[in-house]
Write a protein that binds this ligand. Sequence first.
Ligand SMILES: CC(=O)[C@@H](O)[C@H](O)COP(=O)(O)O
Ligand SMILES: NCC(=O)COP(=O)(O)O
Length: 239
Amino acid sequence: MTKLSVNINKIATIRNARGAELPSVTEAAVKLQEFGAQGITIHPRPDQRHITRKDVYDLKPLVHTEFNIEGNPHRPFIDMVLEVKPEQVTFVPDGEDAITSNAGWDCEKNLGFLKNVIAEFKNAGIRTSIFLDPKPEMVKFAKETGADRIELYTEAYATHYLKNKEEAIKPYIETALEAQKYGLGINAGHDLSLENLKYFADHIPNLLEVSIGHALISEALYMGLENTVQAYLKRLAKW
Ligand SMILES: CC(=O)[C@@H](O)[C@H](O)COP(=O)(O)O
Ligand SMILES: NCC(=O)COP(=O)(O)O
């Protein structure tokens, strides 16, 4: 089964436009779980442009599904996540000024760094995942870091899906098979949508979790959050 973890960054983006509590990030997390979301993902960025540090702490007691915190493991991020103790932390090598995440890790170059960081989270009993481009040759280094899972960075798949979905999915299947060989769990995310999700989920073996935010929250403007979550769950169903 592939779990749907809803990324609520965009709820915080709208809230922050007015600086008050509308819409409420915590209420959205509660409702999304009622509507069937099997996890809540947040990606607090150093400039707190959407999710704030306060949100991270406020959400913790309200997420009874799976709490996934994503981010670049700088010291303040590491300390905060160790204190909050989510079920999963996902490391993303994003620059502070990046509009959104735009690359996976070079695990070979950053091997020592990632090993140390992952060891800290292992000691705390928090599952670790590392954001990875669809490059099969990177998987063996991802394994060496000690991570439990990889998160496939699906931006390239989403971009090329409409032009040639068979070609677009190929490197993802190859990377997933390599990850399976090394005993790594497989997550995926970035720009997945109602349109492109089913094909992805049907072709990636043992896809454990997708985290989806931008498209899901956008689609919910027209369909409502409950209908949208249900529509995503249907795309992931295997019957
Ligand atoms: C790692 C990833 O792909 C998502 O977390 C994405 O980066 C969302 O972040 P933003 O909402 O800041 O674009
Ligand atoms: N890890 C990916 C994520 O959380 C959501 O990415 P997006 O759907 O907002 O592009």
